[in-house]
Design a binder for this molecule. Structure first.
Ligand SMILES: Cc1ncc(C[n+]2csc(CCOP(=O)(O)OP(=O)(O)O)c2C)c(N)n1
Ligand SMILES: [Mg+2]
Length: 320
């Protein structure tokens, strides 16, 4: 086993933290306390968690419009994220960016991104920088099944392949691009098959199994750090909520959602840890309490923070 007990507990705790963060965002959004749009990652936590557990300081990640899980897994401040989502001055963008503009470059978190597929060339560029600086760093790009149809996907994979860039392309195949099912938007089942066209390895894995994600990423990261170039990892997963909060999700059946909820990555990993006697029921309860407290503090921090002043409306728009 590649991970020790503490590391496995940390994977579990991280997934719980992402879940609690987003369930809380969902609650406050439905009460009208959060402005703008939010896209939740609930159900997909194993991907960000399993991937980011392999990363070190000099590594980068590029995210998507569904970016809370990526930021939390990379170690972004929960308080600053929550304040940003609430539109408050103590948030990552002083409350003027919202969910889709959260970034922390110091942490190598190149940001959430409202432009589908925009992270792919950003990650390739960051990987080029790491290679040029010869610092052993890698970059990771998270992107959806819908994004895998964009030109940026093909350009980034081709360039990363010929230049042997240290990048891991992590496809989050949650089976839908908004209301469009994968079978309606592409004529393949496994997005990993597209790696063949660029002469790089492509693997398709169970994205709701955090250990499977961890192990596939470990191999891809090792390859990238060794100078052998990029890998495409397709993680099959599912979002429990709609595309955005408020989406009535008329395009999928309740039965389909319920089938996927049975494969929820968090209770699944919890059961595995119990079975392996790595964790006890008491520890599960303690993690739930700890995470709940952490998120309550983040909400209190966000609620205490003021909204931006009207005079600040046009600052930070361009480089001041
Ligand atoms: C370039 C671009 N085209 C279209 C959109 C509108 N849009 C927002 S999310 C989305 C679907 C993305 O699907 P996917 O890549 O599978 O990610 P998921 O939402 O499933 O995580 C689209 C088409 C956009 N934001 N940017
Ligand atoms: Mg999708």
């Amino acid at each position: 086993m590649a991970l020790d007990k503490e590391e496995m507990l940390e994977l579990y705790r991280k997934m719980c933290l992402i879940r609690e963060f987003e369930e809380t965002v969902s609650k406050f959004f439905s009460q009208g306390q959060i402005p703008g749009f939010v896209h939740l990652y609930i159900g997909e936590e194993a991907v960000a968690t399993g991937v980011c557990a392999n990363l070190v300081k000099q590594d980068f990640i590029a995210s998507t419009h569904r970016g809370h899980g990526h930021g939390i897994a990379r170690g972004a401040s929960i308080n600053k994220m929550m304040a940003e989502i609430f539109g408050k001055v103590d948030g990552y963008c002083k409350g003027k960016g919202g969910s889709m503009h959260i970034a922390d470059v110091e942490l190598g978190f190149l940001g959430a991104n409202g432009i589908v597929g925009a992270g792919l060339p950003l990650a390739a560029g960051a990987a080029f920088a790491n290679k040029y600086l010869n610092n052993n760093g890698v970059s990771v790009c998270f992107f959806g099944d819908g994004a895998s149809n964009r030109a940026t996907f093909h350009e980034a994979l081709n360039l990363a392949s010929i230049w042997k860039l240290p990048v891991v392309f992590v496809n989050e195949n949650n089976m839908y691009g908004i209301s469009m099912s994968q079978e309606r938007h592409q004529n393949i089942t496994d997005i990993a098959d597209r790696a063949v066209a660029y002469g790089i390895p492509g693997v398709s894995i169970d994205g709701n199994d955090v250990m499977a994600v961890y192990e596939a990423t470990a191999e891809a990261v090792k390859r990238a750090r060794a100078g052998a170039g990029p890998t495409l990892i397709e993680c099959k997963t599912y979002r429990h909520h709609g595309h955005f909060e408020g989406d009535p999700t008329v395009y999928r059946s309740e039965d389909e959602v319920n089938q996927w909820k049975k494969k929820d990555p968090i209770p699944r990993f919890g059961a595995r840890l119990l079975e392996m006697k790595i964790m006890t029921q008491d520890e599960i309860a303690a993690i739930a309490d700890e995470v709940k407290r952490e998120i309550e503090e983040a909400v209190a921090f966000a609620q205490r923070s003021p909204v931006p002043a009207v005079e600040e409306l046009l600052t930070d728009v361009y480089c001041d």
